[in-house]
Design a protein around this ligand. Structure first.
Ligand SMILES: Cc1ncc(COP(=O)(O)O)c(C=O)c1O
Length: 425
């Protein structure tokens, strides 16, 4: 029996899935450990790997990654709190967000959490905080946008000329300006780039890394000593969603990087990575149940309970985020072309809009009511992400009523503190 069939069989045995199931997410912690081993084996000892918490902000998953030796890259105060709850030391956390508040920056600098500065206004805030905490052990650097173009998915491409992320290196005299910024601030010891996520070619990612490595060399030469000691090369390794094959692998990426930027593979710099999707996607699945089936216009339609609420990217951008499903009978047997007729199928979610579909026009062994559907490769950015910026849902909601010049605002859901949301999870 395959690992995935075993997961279904165990879930049935443990009564986690039965005729009352709507949808569950399952993370395979053993497979996760193996993935982390693969990362460490692919790169030499001067590489330190952090996990991009936005990809899967579950305390248990983060604890397991920490035990396997990873640090944490967080992009919001909520993610920071979740990483702390999972036991990460502040020295092993880096905070990357394009919208850090003064309080976020203070928390990081006061507690020795590393940061990547996004822009010059943020630099001015950090300048002031460094005066308050001159002995901070935060490793501080700039996030640089090398402006080298997009990959196949616009919404995950972060190195376009007009990207919202980082300091635009190629505009005007920005490069020289940045070199002088580093010269004036001996506490700037790192440079960061993240070229983009899913849809970016390895060569595009490696090109971004090459640009920041050359920049670090130029800064150090200008200053006359090795002030920049850390290169933060981001995450972004794409995931193959079309089969179980892991392609590209961490080893493939290491080989491309080694060919393009050999300096990374010497001990000159500490190199930090921030992989998210490639660590978790293939180690998680959603299991849902077929509630009903029907035939409409010649199409077999299977309505399940997994849709836009947990498969947000796929529901809204199906061409960019196609995803695979496998059917199982209520007894847990895999549905194959040998035991079922193959029909053209749409697998639908439960939400009340037409685009709420997991997959469209797929040739699948015929799904029946009460079958289970496994949605593959959903361990990152799917069932763990409801797209709240903090990964903790706590949005306050108000009503407004009355005449324009005499409006009444009433709170129908109060803002909760991050602590209270985390404690009640
Ligand atoms: C700064 C930064 N680092 C790392 C990641 C993780 O990317 P991925 O999950 O594609 O590896 C992201 C994703 O948005 C990011 O913005």
């Amino acid at each position: 029996m395959s690992r995935k069939q075993n997961i279904i069989a165990s879930a049935i045995k443990a009564k986690i899935i039965d005729q009352d199931l709507t949808a569950v997410g399952v993370m395979d912690l053993d497979a996760l450990k193996k993935t982390v081993d693969d990362v460490y084996q692919a790169f030499p000892a001067n590489f330190f790997h952090t996990f991009a918490v936005k990809a899967n902000a579950l305390v248990q998953v983060l604890s397991s990654l920490r035990e396997s030796g990873m640090g944490a890259e967080v992009a919001s105060p909520g993610e920071l709190m979740i990483a702390r709850a999972a036991g990460y030391n502040t020295a092993d956390i880096i905070f990357d967000s394009p919208a850090k508040t003064v309080q976020d920056l203070r928390t990081c600098i006061e507690n020795d959490i590393s940061i990547n500065i996004d822009n010059l206004q943020e630099l001015a805030r950090v300048d002031r905080l460094i005066r308050d905490f001159p002995d901070t052990k935060s490793v501080i650097g700039f996030r640089v946008n090398p402006q080298i173009g997009a990959g196949k998915i616009g919404s995950t491409s972060t190195a376009t000329a007009t990207s919202k992320f980082g300091y635009a290196l190629v505009d005007g005299d920005n490069r020289q300006r940045l070199i002088e910024i580093y010269q004036a601030r001996p506490w700037l010891k790192s440079i960061h780039t993240h070229t983009g996520s899913q849809g970016c070619e390895l060569t595009l990612m490696a090109n971004g890394v090459k640009i920041i490595t050359e920049l670090a060399e130029e800064i150090n030469e200008f200053i006359g000593s090795q002030q920049v000691t850390r290169l933060d090369i981001g995450g972004g390794l794409p995931v193959n969603f079309s089969s179980d094959e892991i392609k590209p692998s961490f080893k493939d990426y290491a080989e491309v990087l080694k060919a393009e930027v050999p300096l990374l593979f010497t001990d000159k710099y500490q190199v930090k990575t921030e992989f998210g999707r490639a660590i978790v996607a293939k180690n998680g699945v959603i299991i849902t149940r077929v509630e009903y089936t029907k035939n409409s216009g010649g199409r077999h339609i299977a309505t399940t309970h997994a849709g836009a609420q947990i498969l947000t990217r796929t529901a809204f951008l199906p061409k960019s985020w196609p995803i695979r499903v496998t059917g199982y009978t209520a007894r847990g047997e895999e549905k194959t072309e040998k035991n079922s007729e193959v029909v053209t199928t749409d697998v639908a979610g439960p939400c009340c809009f037409a685009g709420d579909l997991i997959c469209v026009e797929q040739s699948l062994p015929k799904l029946e009511a009460n079958d289970y559907v496994m949605v593959h490769d959903t361990g990152g950015y799917y069932f763990t992400n409801h797209f709240d910026y903090n990964s903790l849902p706590r949005v306050a909601i108000y009503t407004i009523s009355g005449a324009d010049d005499d409006l009444t605002i009433d709170c129908i859901r109060a803002a909760q503190s991050l602590e209270s949301v985390l404690n009640n999870m």
